[in-house]
Design a protein around this ligand. Structure first.
Ligand SMILES: Nc1ncnc2c1ncn2[C@@H]1O[C@H](COP(=O)(O)OP(=O)(O)OP(=O)(O)O)[C@@H](O)[C@H]1O
Ligand SMILES: [Mg+2]
Length: 446
């Protein structure tokens, strides 16, 4: 790790050198300026100053003006004021203007080291906090430019600010949870809890206690009373994921809670009022499930106030390139790699594929390719075989695809050299050129 960089600003050379000496010993890199103007030049010209320690009384630009300017140029840089006799009041004013702290003259080793360490700790925490927020926001960003996604965004804008229950339908991996979170984020309840329950993942005998809580002694193992997810989500939003997997008995109980806005814990008698907005999601077609007798139609109508349907990825192929780009950036940066590019042939294969696992499948594939593929380009050769197979509806097409695949392979092995490749393939160079044109293969890009 590089050493933190501290800028010391004081018109007295003696102070600069004694402070500098202390901080160099503590492992900091030191820069000096003897007035506010040169200090500002250094900060502007040299983006990576981590901390400024400045005297208050200085010619030209004084400490307070410097502080103001630094807050303007880069509010993240902590500023510590050095206050001499008679400037304590000004130092206090400086704190109100956003200085981190002040140290009094004569400077003592302990106090100086401690204040600088605190300031650096705070800067690090702020940076970490911001990075986390950026990452969380990125993680939950909805990507897509297809008509279907635009329509989805429109529905979210309309539905989110209301209290209406939302039922999200979509195949596996289409982004149901992502959409549920977006609705919550844009709702009036966004400062209240978002509680998520995966109804398919909880065993039947535990789900009621999980949703509605239980009292002590309600069943073997209930050693103390516990709040359920409905209570935990009070005032906020409850996301019932895979709601189609609930048993008939739990469905009946859920229906009652939705109708009455109140519940009783398992083994309890007290009626507990709850104010919860429910967003439910299912990858099963619940209307079909009603016909089959697996889902209560009265519950369906309670949940389905605002229906939101997420189309599967193969119905919005325009989104593939954008999603690909987004995940490439995410995983290359997460894995500390240079941004990889995807060759047009590889992209072609992805565009022709049906994506039964939808966006999650695409995301997982990109993560794997970013980690596994050496070098900076993901080529057709790196794409799994099933993609190549998927792309061959007839024998003629299959032959062509194989031919294309084989030519790419040979070209790669001969670093894109046409004469060499033609020799290996035992065909004329002119024929190879024809085939490159036919299959849109660019030797430079493979
Ligand atoms: N439009 C999108 N933009 C960006 N990321 C997306 C998009 N859709 C889905 N994802 C990402 O794909 C992954 C799967 O999404 P999510 O978990 O929301 O799907 P799901 O429909 O709940 O899947 P399952 O039915 O398997 O539970 C998540 O990591 C999610 O962030
Ligand atoms: Mg899900």
């Amino acid at each position: 790790m590089s050493r933190p960089r501290v800028l010391i600003v004081d018109d007295e050379a003696r102070i600069r050198s004694s402070l500098g000496g202390i901080l160099i010993d503590e492992g900091y890199d030191i820069f000096m300026a003897d007035n506010g103007l040169t200090a500002l030049e250094k900060i502007r010209g040299n983006g990576s100053v981590d901390l400024v320690i400045t005297d208050i009384w200085m010619p030209k630009v004084d400490g307070l003006e410097l502080l103001k300017e630094i807050r303007h140029v880069n509010p993240d840089i902590p500023v510590i004021m050095i206050s001499g006799h008679g400037t304590i009041e000004t130092a206090v004013k400086a704190i109100k203007m956003g200085a981190f702290d002040f140290i009094e003259k004569p400077l003592t080793l302990e106090k100086t080291v401690l204040v600088v360490k605190h300031a650096m700790d705070q800067r690090r925490l702020q940076a970490e906090n911001r990075n986390l927020w950026v990452r969380i926001n990125k993680k939950y960003k909805i990507i897509g430019c297809s008509k279907a996604m635009d329509e989805l965004r429109r529905q979210i804008e309309v539905a989110a600010p209301t209290n209406g229950r939302v039922l999200i339908y979509g195949e596996n991996g289409t982004g149901k949870e992502l959409i549920a979170r977006e609705i919550y984020e844009k709702s009036k309840r966004k400062d209240k809890p978002f509680v998520s329950v995966n109804c398919a993942a909880i065993p039947e005998d535990l789900i009621e206690s999980e949703l509605f809580g239980h009292e002590k002694g309600a069943f073997t193992g209930a050693i103390c009373s516990k709040q359920g997810k409905f209570e935990l989500a009070d005032g906020g939003t409850l996301f019932l994921d895979e709601v189609g997997d609930m048993s008939q008995k739990t469905q009946a109980k859920l229906l009652r809670v939705l109708e009455e806005g109140a519940l009783q814990r398992v083994g309890g008698v007290k009626v507990i009022k709850v104010n919860v907005r429910v967003i439910a999601a299912s990858n099963k077609n619940l209307k079909e499930e009603i016909k089959r007798g697996n889902f209560r139609d009265d519950l369906y109508y309670r949940l389905n106030v605002i229906p939101v349907e997420i189309p599967c990825l193969k119905e919005r192929k325009e989104d593939i390139a954008l999603l690909l780009d987004h995940f490439l950036k995410e995983f290359c940066s997460d894995n500390g790699k240079n941004l990889k590019k995807v060759t047009p042939e590889a992209l072609d294969l992805m565009m022709c594929y049906d994506w039964p696992g939808n966006v999650r499948e695409l995301k997982n594939l990109i993560e794997r390719l970013v980690i596994m593929v050496p070098g900076n380009a993901i080529t057709a050769m790196d794409i799994p075989l099933s993609f190549h197979e998927n792309n061959q509806p007839s024998l003629g097409k299959a032959k062509q695809e194989f031919e294309k695949y084989f030519i790419i392979k040979v070209l790669r092995s001969s670093q894109g050299n046409i004469s060499k490749s033609a020799k290996i393939l035992k065909i004329e160079r002119s024929l190879l050129y024809q085939k490159l044109k036919k299959y849109n293969i660019k030797p430079k890009n493979i």
